[in-house]
Design a binder for this molecule. Structure first.
Ligand code: SF4
Ligand code: SF4
Length: 369
């Protein structure tokens, strides 16, 4: 696919009651014409990320409510959905995940729709979707995401320690897969630098697979148990745990993108996307914290093409000024702001591989509304 796709765009900022964020989200839903996706009386999955406990830069329930109301107005029966995480945390089974969603304000009384997780109590419910990928001929997508006739994907656009950035593609890829599919995407294991490991045991405590143990005050990994969830990388205070980024990052991002393609393929002409380029933190909402944003809020965008949409958001971020100048972790010489923060990442592969798969076009026409 190479023709330019339409990406609708609402710029940030207002001093008018008619141009609030809620009004902009409503305008974007109208521009997409949700009746193209949502059919009378049919269930409609609103896919989002409720945020890990401690994160508070996930999407706001009041924003999601606008979308829910638009789905209802189009005759659909909306429900909010996401999937179980590989790592232990506040979303590691359906019960904890729903409680987390409620604590973050995504209660039916607030948003106007129930939370129905897509992959069962423990993330074991998936269905195969055939694709023609470089890594996969079949991907394992969460059952209720596939079974929902229509899908509206709402994504917080921000950084990600592995993917480079997280937008619509990442939201569908990890967020649309059941546990088996998440493992397919990770498919790697960590390595530990014994020169620098101080034996604090933080990684051992968090590992969901019991793949780590302390031996002679050094963390050791059993690679037959490691599922590559990377939780240990996130918690290690001195960054003694890593993967072989040089060889692993490209196939990882490609596998991720192929899973996103599985979600899109399972909803021909019944899926649309809205990205919120606000609170562009370096980390994803899976982190149990929210760091300072990297750039100012840049607006809200919507499209039927997830590749064009993520490309447009990626370009906006890269063209924007830094707002945390003092952050020494950032190499400001890099054109890709996410690579500037996470040097091993190459988020652009999501876009090039997505286009190669036929999921969308990197060419886009920005329509300001
Ligand atoms: S060793 Fe690290 S990456 Fe592997 S399963 Fe344990 S926490 Fe996850
Ligand atoms: S968290 Fe890091 S420093 Fe602590 S034991 Fe694990 S590898 Fe070693």
């Amino acid at each position: 696919m190479s023709d330019a796709s339409i990406v609708y765009y609402c710029a940030p900022g207002t001093r008018s009651h008619n141009n609030t964020r809620l009004a902009k989200i409503a305008r974007l839903c109208d521009a997409l014409d949700l009746k193209e996706v949502v059919k009378e009386g049919e269930l409609t999955a609103v896919k989002l990320h409720f945020g890990e406990d401690g994160n508070d830069t996930h999407l706001r329930p009041s924003w999601v409510r606008v979308v829910v109301e638009k789905v209802l107005a189009a005759g659909g029966k909306p429900f909010l959905t996401d999937t179980t995480t590989l790592y232990s945390g506040s979303r590691h089974n359906a019960y904890d995940h729903i409680q987390t969603a409620y604590r973050h304000g995504f209660a039916p009384s607030v948003v106007g729709a129930p939370v129905i997780l897509a992959d069962g109590l423990y993330g074991e419910n998936d269905v195969p979707v055939a694709i023609q990928g470089k890594h996969f001929k079949e991907v394992h997508i969460a059952t209720e995401i596939v079974r929902a006739p229509a899908l509206v994907v709402l994504s917080h656009f921000k950084g990600h320690e592995m993917g480079g950035f997280g937008g619509a593609i990442k939201n569908m890829a990890m967020g649309g897969a059941a546990v088996r599919g998440k493992r397919d995407q990770h498919d790697t294991h960590v390595q530990i630098n014994h020169e620098t490991c101080v034996g604090c045991g933080e990684c051992v405590k968090i590992c969901p697979q019991k793949a780590l143990s302390l031996q002679d005050k050094k963390s050791c990994v059993d690679i037959t148990k490691c599922i590559g969830c990377f939780e240990c990388i996130t918690v290690c205070p001195i960054k003694a745990i890593d993967i072989d980024w040089a060889t692993q990052i490209e196939p990882f991002v490609e596998r991720m993108t192929e899973y996103a393609w599985g979600v899109v393929k399972s909803h021909p002409k019944r899926i649309c996307f809205i990205n919120f380029v606000m609170n562009v933190t370096p980390d994803c909402d899976c982190a149990g914290w929210s760091d300072l944003p990297m750039v100012p809020d840049l607006g809200i965008l919507a499209s039927y093409d997830p590749v064009a949409l993520d490309q447009a958001c990626f370009d906006l971020v890269n063209q924007a000024p830094w707002i945390n100048d003092a952050d020494k972790r950032i190499d400001k010489s890099k054109a890709d702001k996410f690579t500037a923060r996470w040097p091993h990442t190459r988020g652009e592969i999501q876009l090039s591989h997505g286009e190669w798969l036929g999921m969308g076009s990197r060419q886009y026409e920005l329509k300001k509304i």
